[in-house]
Ligand binder design. Sequence first.
Ligand SMILES: [Zn+2]
Ligand SMILES: [Zn+2]
Length: 174
Amino acid sequence: MLLNLTDVLTSEGKQEEKKVLFEADHFQYGGESFAITKRTPVTVTVSALEKGKALLKGNAQFSVCMYCDRCLKETIHDFDVTFDRMVYAPDYPIDAESLEEGYDLVGFQIDIEALVSDEISVNWPMKVLCKPDCKGICSICGKNLNDGACGCDSFIPDPRMAKIKDIFNEGKEV
Ligand SMILES: [Zn+2]
Ligand SMILES: [Zn+2]
């Protein structure tokens, strides 16, 4: 969704507030597609600071359907997206530093959808859990252990534990 900033960038002291609809129904992350289950419009405020230079602020909330890393259950993750950056008219005499910080207009237009997607990617959770103490699934039978134990023998012999047991037994023999 391209937002046209011509009015704000060609006049001084002008402020505009717009609601932009985020049209895509999925976010792409790590080569996968995640459904957006809830969204608000993106509220964008553009305030002219001087001719050709404006501050762009935006805010929106999204709920995205992900899968628990341990048990694979559907899990809703909420994003509160905010952005805050300078935008410059194409003919504004801009230095290299500012250019890096926020110059991403195409002519007088800015792609709000791309901006929001960038923010979502940056804030994507490292770990997705359905609840903090998710027990995961049994590696033997595949049962979701949050629904109760499955009765599989999940004992994994640990060489370090075996060693301690040996020492304990030796002690007993003396
Ligand atoms: Zn889980
Ligand atoms: Zn099991």
